[in-house]
Design a protein around this ligand. Structure first.
Ligand SMILES: [Ca+2]
Ligand SMILES: [Ca+2]
Length: 276
């Protein structure tokens, strides 16, 4: 700070007074007081430098404020974008949770359909093959109840009779279901000719376009041998438009379907969903 010091030399003369005729006191020339103030050039230059520094600082401060304002605007904009993204993620997360809940509920329904209910403890039924929730005369498997008739009817009569019982002619949707039925009726078939069971499959509307009784298409088939279905017309000029199944003792591969004359009388397999 030495460069900023202002030097001043001040000189004083002794104060002199003279008494006038009227007794008034007046100052003489000699009582003038003067001073000499010396301000070095360097000091004036320093003041100018300080002024420039202050101006520069003010400029810098203004620039800093502008930058700060711009930074604040950018930060606010970025925060708004992040907030919007967060809201979108929250909506997606909620949707996923709802879908997960729906899938879990659907899986639980499927599990109930596939798993037999617990065996009643007071019936002595330990194999759960016939839970109490299948009507009397029906047999449980895979969430469904099956009725294997002892009597014989035509295919159309069988279709209608199953509906009267509260079900429908069986629709077979898997190898597992086919093997169960194949083995089950294998124990029921008597060793007499034509003791077979109707299933809910026909091509009576369009030849060789096989449909189930719910009008769904045939996707997995279990025809016997290489020649079936052959639509043989030796018995009926209309050919063979209805499917039956069954062999005594069952088959090894489950392939036991034949197309036959719909007017024949056969036993039948009715099916209904197991009430829970
Ligand atoms: Ca046919
Ligand atoms: Ca045939």
């Amino acid at each position: 700070m030495s460069e900023g010091i202002v030097y001043a030399d001040v000189k004083f003369k002794k104060h002199q007074q003279a008494e006038g005729k009227d007794g008034a006191t007046t100052s003489t020339v000699n009582d003038a007081t003067y001073s000499e103030i010396s301000i070095p050039k360097a000091g004036r230059n320093q003041t100018s430098t300080d002024t420039n520094d202050i101006s520069n600082l003010q400029t810098k401060n203004t620039e800093l404020q502008i930058l700060q304002a711009a930074y604040n605007r950018n930060l606010t904009s970025a925060l708004m974008i992040k907030k919007s993204e967060l809201q979108e993620l929250q909506v997606k997360n909620k949707d996923l949770q709802e879908k997960e809940r729906a899938v879990r509920q659907q899986n639980e329904e499927l599990r109930k359909q596939r798993t037999p209910p617990s065996c009643p403890t007071n019936t002595g039924n330990n194999d759960c093959s016939q839970p109490m929730n299948c009507a009397e005369g029906w047999e449980y498997y895979g969430g469904k109840c099956y009725y294997f008739s002892p009597d014989k009817l035509t295919w159309a009569q069988s279709r209608d009779e199953c509906i009267t019982r509260g079900g429908h002619l069986v629709i077979i949707g898997s190898l597992e279901e086919q093997k169960f039925l194949d083995q089950k009726i294998g124990t029921k078939i008597r060793t007499v000719p034509e003791d077979k069971f109707w299933i809910g499959l026909t091509d009576s509307i369009n030849e060789n376009e096989w449909l189930w009784v719910d009008n769904s298409s045939l996707s997995t088939s279990f025809w016997l041998g290489d020649r079936e279905p052959d639509d043989w017309n030796g018995e009926n000029p209309d050919g063979e438009d209805c499917a039956r199944m069954g062999e005594p003792g069952g088959t090894n591969d489950g392939k036991s379907w034949l197309d036959v004359n719909c007017n024949k009388t056969q036993r039948r397999i009715c099916e209904t969903k197991s009430p829970l």
